[in-house]
Ligand binder design. Structure first.
Ligand SMILES: Cc1cc2nc3c(=O)[nH]c(=O)nc-3n(C[C@H](O)[C@H](O)[C@H](O)COP(=O)(O)O)c2cc1C
Length: 192
């Protein structure tokens, strides 16, 4: 994997997106990041770190970090002719889930997801909401039937996490597994 798109929405769990992006950048993967307006507000509220300063830090540290504007439908990742290996939306709000499942592509995040569907590229959606209503479930089923991986932010506890970081890494590790990327973020069942 050389190039990936990561979309962050305004669902709770910005910390998962932060961690995934940092892991991908450390693995030298060109990472295009799109945040919705609400994602930026929820990030700052939940992590208690300014999203702008975090993004600036990444831009200064990694040449292969590409920040995309959600209203820029002229961006390269809006086109199927620009190759990227796949996309992850995390955390994915029920609003964005509904838009993607209905083929709405009015912003860059949803357009990039729509490109993955039409080009048959891996798309991993990490929904975060509880409880789920029938509309949420129907939208997830619709996408799963299109080959999308629905990977809810549902950490397991069989690896005996002793910190919040370990709980987060379990979910992020599961995403990396789906992208066939090697990692040691959680101890797999059967590992010593
Ligand atoms: C602090 C906070 C937490 C939220 N958590 C969730 C959530 O877990 N799941 C969800 O679907 N929406 C959640 N929302 C609501 C979404 O942010 C809202 O539906 C928004 O319109 C989503 O827009 P976006 O998909 O463009 O980011 C939350 C909102 C706030 C302010």
């Amino acid at each position: 994997m050389e190039r990936i798109v990561i979309g962050l929405t305004g669902a709770s769990g910005s910390i998962y997106g932060k961690r995934l992006i940092e892991v991908l950048l450390k693995q030298q993967i060109e990472t295009h990041v799109i945040l919705t307006d609400t994602a930026q507000k929820v990030f700052t509220y939940e992590i208690q770190q300014s999203v702008k300063s975090w993004l600036k830090e990444l831009q200064e540290k990694y040449a292969h970090f590409q920040l995309e504007r959600n209203d820029n439908l002229f961006a390269r990742v809006a086109s199927g002719s620009y190759h990227y290996d796949g996309m992850v939306i995390l955390p994915c709000s029920m609003g964005t889930l509904a838009e993607v499942s209905h083929g709405l592509a009015k912003n860059l995040l949803c357009r990039a997801a729509d490109v993955c569907l039409k080009e048959k590229r891996p798309l991993v959606i990490v929904p975060r909401e509880t409880p789920l209503n029938a509309i949420h479930l129907e939208n997830m089923l619709k996408l799963a039937n299109q080959g999308v991986t629905i990977l809810p932010a549902m950490p397991g506890f069989y690896h005996h996490p002793t910190s919040l970081e370990a709980v987060i890494d379990f979910v992020v590790g599961k995403i990396l597994d789906q992208l066939s990327l090697k990692h040691d973020l959680y101890k797999k069942w059967g590992d010593e």
